[in-house]
Write a protein that binds this ligand. Sequence first.
Ligand SMILES: [Zn+2]
Length: 189
Amino acid sequence: MALELFIPPCVHNPPHRLHSPPPEQPLRIQIQGPLESIHKLLPNELWHPIEPFPQPGGLKLATLTHWALYGGEKADDALAVRDEYLAWAMEGRRPLNHIDYYGVTFDHLVPADDPNPEVLALSIIEVDNDGGAFANKYLLFPVDPTEYTGKKVLVVPRCCQVKKGTQDRERCNSLVAERDNEIRRSSRR
Ligand SMILES: [Zn+2]
C-alpha cells in the first residue's frame, strides 16, 4: 500500500514564503530522497533498469509532490519535468547497476523562456531505518518516527532544515539548463 506524502507545517512564525507556496506563483520544484522512502510512496514503480530521462517513477513522484503542494487534479501529463538526479548504489568505491537515491525537478507555471525561476527544494526524509536519527539531526523540529512508520513519508522544505540551501536556486536552474542542452544535442543527432 502506498503511504501518504506528508509535508508538516513550517516551524517559522510567520511561515517561510514558499512553505506552502502560493498557487499563483511560478515555481521550480525539486524533490529528492532515498529510494527506500520513495518506494513507500510509489510501491509499484520499478527503478531498474534505468531508462533514458525521465524515469517513469520520476514523473509519478513529481505528480504526487505537485498534488501534495497544490491539490487539484492528479494528471501526470500536465507537469513539465525538467531534470532528474540519479545516485548509483555503491559497493565500496564501485558503483553498482542500480540507484539508491533519486531526485526530480519540475515546473509549476514557469514560463518556457524563464531561465532563473524561484526554486523550492524539498527533501524526502527516511525515518524508519535509523529510528529518526537523521531527521532529528538535520531538521529544525523534533521527529517521532512512530508517527510515520507504516503511515506516511516525511517531506521537508529547505526552510525547515538545518542546511540553508543558499545555492539551491542557482544549482537547480543550471542543472535544468544543462539538461536542456543535452536534450537539444541528442535530438540533433
Ligand atoms: Zn518551513
